[in-house]
Every structure is written in structure tokens, then in C-alpha cells.
Design a protein around this ligand. Structure first.
Ligand code: 13P
Length: 353
């Protein structure tokens, strides 16, 4: 096999993304997904408002103190802030731009309720364009339903993730591979654990099969939660313990790194669980967060009512990020909250389901 000429670039990107104390902001909601969030908060569904909201996030002064990378959607990647593309603006402010490259979910024929993530067609060309525009990492999200996904559905999704990852590495982009095990549902934690182990086993099997260099891959994973409607109440310590068992048992130590999605947890839950997971430590690979809703929700709720009050909205964002920085050190508890960014009326809509 020819050595990949981009290996050093991939490793440099990973080192920067996992700079100690920093996380990766997911701001890559599709137009349809962000519209569901806007609609719920009565924000008019316009391109201008999408741009204003994302400019608010990205234009936060000294954002790079807490954020190492931002995942964008294609639309944002081509929009301008202060006369520059979002990618240029991010790079100039010490943040690595990333891009969501999958094309969303298809109902998997013959498997009622299951979804297959698509987007391999033209992927190499799209990635080369994104690289030229400044992207250095990318994301592809598959969804796994604890009680609904079959081995066939999981296998098809993990194969697409591996093919995507191999193409990304050949284009110089670090692939973030995201098999999101959904929090929605009535399943218990032991069921989530079993499905996460099965999913990760398939995923790493496929990555090996397609000769993906794990040292240049980031796994984006769920925490091992019980379903949102299960009625099973777990402490953050219990969630962290089982999550760490899953990661220790199922993630090869030579992976570039692991990041968590928030998946519909509240901002406080996502910080508390992260803190307990980090406290356990000794994973053998770098870890951080890559949240969308658990960071953005308090900001978006404020924005909905005060669209012009940029400074206050940015102070809310900063406050939430500082809580997560504490969590990365294993030092966050709900008592750390200032009250500025902890309360949200409701967690907003997930990315496409
Ligand atoms: P949430 O943190 O809202 O789950 O979003 C993270 C993400 O990128 C989902 O694909």
C-alpha cells in the first residue's frame, strides 16, 4: 500500500483539535434541521437569520480559548463573515474549520424504521474542494436505534462510514466517524451498552477492512445512557462508569481521538457526565466534547427573544464553554453553574432523524 502523503497533515490536525481544555463546536445542522429549531422558538426561517445566528457564535471574541474546531454545514462554509468565508475567518482566529459531508438519511428499504446515511457519490471531489477552501476535518453521521436497528442496518452504515473515512484521508481531511446511538427511546442502559459494543465492533472491523489509518480518525460517540423515556434514573457516575467500560473495551488505543455528542441531554447533564467520564481517565487516546445542542441551546433560546443583543448572547456561549472546559478537567459539578447558561426551556430538535 502506498503511504498516504497527507499523514502528517492528519496528525497535525488531530493534535490541534485535541489541544488540552478545548472542545469542538458542532454547528453543522442542515437547513432543514436548523429550521426545526428556529420554528420551535418562533425565529423566522430565513437565510439571513441562519447567517446572523452562526455569525453570533463564530464571531465570539477569543472563542479559540475554548474551541479548537467548528463543524460547519455546506451553506455556512460558503457564507461570509466580516468579508471572509467562515473557513478563512475561523483559521485566522485559531480555529480549524470542519465540514459535514454526508447527505443525510434514507429509509433503508426492507428494514422498516431503519436509516442509511448516504453521500458517497462525488465525495472525493467535494472533499478536495472543501480542503482547498480550508477544511481540515469532516464529519459523517449514521444513526443507530437501540431497539430498532438490525445487524444488517448497522453493518451497511458502518461500511459507508469506513468508505467515507478512507476517502477523507486520501483528501487530507481527518474523518470524524459518528455512529450516533440514539438517546430517544425506552431502552435501558444495559441495552445501550450492548448495542454500542456491537456498533463499535462493526465499525472498527470495517475501518480495518478498508485499511483506514486509525491514527488519523476521530470517533464521535454517544455516552452510554438509558433511553430518554426509559424511566431508568442513573447518576452521572453510573453513566461515566459504563461509558468508560464501553470505550476501554471497544475502541482501539491507537485511534486519533474520541469526542462526545450531547444527543439530547441538557447542557447541565452533558457537562456533568463529561466531567465524570474524564475523571475516570486512562483511556489511552485524547478525548473531548463536540456538542451542538448542549452548547447552543441556551444561546439559541436567548437569541430567539433578543436577536440584536449579540454581546449578551456571546456571554452565554462563553459561560457554557467554560463549564465544559471545567468538565474536561473532571472538575465540573452542577454547583459550578453561574446560572447564565444552565437553564433551557426545552432541548431543541436533533439533527435529521
Ligand atoms: P448534539 O450535541 O446536539 O447531539 O449534536 C452533535 C452532533 O454533531 C450530532 O451529529
Amino acid at each position: 500500500m502506498q503511504p498516504n502523503p497527507h499523514t502528517q497533515t492528519l496528525h497535525d490536525t488531530i493534535a490541534k483539535l485535541f489541544a488540552p481544555g478545548k472542545g469542538i463546536l458542532a454547528a453543522d445542522e442542515s437547513v432543514a434541521s436548523i429550521h426545526k429549531r428556529f420554528e420551535a422558538l418562533s425565529i423566522p426561517l430565513t437565510e439571513e437569520n441562519r447567517l446572523a445566528y452562526r455569525s453570533l457564535l463564530i464571531g465570539t471574541p477569543e472563542l479559540s480559548n475554548e474551541i479548537s474546531g467548528i463543524i460547519y454545514h455546506d451553506e455556512t462554509f460558503r457564507q461570509m463573515i466580516d468579508g471572509k468565508t467562515f473557513a478563512e475567518y475561523s483559521r485566522e482566529h485559531g480555529i480549524i474549520p470542519g465540514i459535514k459531508v454526508d447527505k443525510g438519511l434514507l429509509d433503508l428499504p426492507n428494514f422498516p424504521g431503519e436509516k442509511l446515511t448516504l453521500g458517497l457519490d462525488g465525495l472525493k471531489e467535494r472533499m478536495e474542494e472543501y480542503y482547498a477552501l480550508g477544511a481540515r476535518f469532516c464529519k459523517w453521521r449514521a444513526v443507530v436505534d437501540v431497539r430498532g436497528s438490525t445487524d444488517e442496518g448497522i453493518e451497511a452504515n458502518m461500511r459507508n462510514l469506513a468508505l467515507y473515512a478512507s476517502i477523507a484521508q486520501s483528501a487530507g481531511l481527518v474523518p470524524m466517524v459518528e455512529p450516533e446511538v440514539l438517546y430517544e427511546g425506552e431502552h435501558l442502559q444495559h441495552e445501550t451498552k450492548e448495542v454500542m459494543i456491537r456498533t463499535l465492533t462493526h465499525l472498527f472491523g470495517e475501518l480495518a477492512l478498508y485499511r483506514v489509518d486509525l491514527t488519523g480518525v476521530i470517533l464521535k460517540t454517544s455516552m452510554t445512557l438509558s433511553g430518554k423515556k426509559s424511566g431508568e434514573v442513573l447518576t452521572a457516575q453510573e453513566i461515566a462508569q459504563v461509558t468508560s467500560e464501553v470505550l476501554h473495551g471497544s475502541v482501539p488505543k491507537n485511534i486519533g481521538g474520541v469526542v462526545f455528542l450531547s444527543g439530547g441531554q441538557t447542557p447541565v447533564q452533558a457537562s456533568e457526565n463529561l466531567s465524570e467520564i474524564m475523571k475516570i481517565g486512562n483511556y489511552g487516546f485524547p478525548m473531548t466534547y463536540s456538542y451542538s445542542r448542549a452548547i447552543q441551546d441556551p444561546v439559541l433560546h436567548f437569541f430567539a427573544a433578543n436577536m440584536k443583543a449579540m454581546d449578551e448572547a456571546r456571554a452565554i456561549l462563553k459561560d457554557r464553554l467554560l463549564m465544559n472546559t471545567l468538565a474536561l478537567e473532571g472538575k465540573y459539578t452542577p454547583a459550578s453553574e453561574t446560572g447564565k447558561s444552565s437553564e433551557v426551556a426545552a432541548v431543541t430538535h436533533s439533527q435529521d432523524l
